[in-house]
Write a protein that binds this ligand. Structure first.
Ligand SMILES: NC(=O)c1ccc[n+]([C@@H]2O[C@H](COP(=O)([O-])OP(=O)(O)OC[C@H]3O[C@@H](n4cnc5c(N)ncnc54)[C@H](O)[C@@H]3O)[C@@H](O)[C@H]2O)c1
Length: 240
């Protein structure tokens, strides 16, 4: 029997990049998967279901949960992965509009997703919630202030949520990856990307499959005694 046989999972931002790799991995491990994405693709395989959803929109999140539940059943696993980078510039050049957009998607989106799905998990006394934070949330990045603040917020939110459901059979964790090659890099300038590459002790970026493998562990049966934690996938960059 596969590790996630019989489990129903949602991956936000699952249409491409890290989210898509997570969809592929959870499906390969036996889960039935539904995607919530602002911009879903026509070809959703190996997911079974996909719905258009902006995770920063409260009503859209409620509608997406109803839609996924109807399609695959009550949700056992929620991967809050959808995120944007925003512009790469110092704080004094960063517009309030960009700041609000990044916080809305990367932090409020995780809150809205958790708020929607946790009551059902608590009622069924089982569930796994995992958010995709970032090494930027631990170390900060001078040219991505909103992103760093949002991702640090996700770590704090993870801890608060985990403690709130600790007796309910629901585990809440997050992952803090270093840079991986995805469309997200299109929002960054070349110097910014090179500066991050130069700081990678392993001498390479992270792969999307390495992040998906960590998610599979965290939502799987072998991760049974850890909640409220940030799991590192930074190739030796972070030591905490
Ligand atoms: N790529 C990296 O280097 C890296 C490193 C650490 C953490 N992360 C985080 O991993 C997650 C995925 O990043 P990625 O690199 O795969 O990005 P990506 O741009 O390749 O894919 C992001 C996906 O999320 C969707 N999305 C964006 N905004 C959305 C919204 N408001 N509602 C619903 N869906 C939305 C997009 O349509 C897309 O399918 C993000 O949270 C990102 O911050 C990425």
């Amino acid at each position: 029997m596969k590790a996630l046989e019989g489990k129903r999972a949602v991956v936000t931002g699952g249409a491409r990049g890290i989210g898509h790799a997570i969809v592929e991995r959870l499906a390969a491990d036996g889960a039935r998967v539904s995607i919530w994405d602002r911009d879903p693709r026509a070809d959703i395989a190996p997911a079974e279901h996909a719905t258009a959803c902006d995770v920063a929109d409260e009503a859209a999140v409620a509608a997406a949960l109803a839609d996924s539940t109807k399609a695959i059943g009550p949700i056992d696993i929620m991967v809050a992965n959808a995120g944007v980078n925003g512009p790469t510039k110092p704080a004094w050049d960063y517009s309030l509009e960009d700041w609000r957009r990044v916080i809305d998607v990367d932090l409020t989106g995780v809150f809205l997703t958790a708020r929607a799905v946790l009551p059902g998990m608590r009622a069924r006394r089982q569930g796994r919630f995992v958010a995709i934070s970032s090494i930027a949330g631990k170390e900060g990045n001078p040219n991505a202030v909103a992103y760093s603040a949002a991702k640090a917020g996700v770590i704090g939110l993870t801890k608060a949520l985990a403690q709130g459901v600790v007796g309910d059979g629901v585990l809440v964790n997050c992952i803090t990856p270093a840079m991986a090659e995805t469309d997200l890099l299109a929002e960054m300038d070349a110097d910014y990307i090179q500066a991050i590459r130069d700081r990678m002790p392993f001498g390479r970026l992270c792969t999307v499959e390495e992040i998906a493998a960590m998610v599979a562990f965290v939502v799987g049966p072998e991760c049974s005694f850890t909640t409220g934690m940030a799991f590192d996938v930074s190739g030796g960059r972070a030591s905490f």
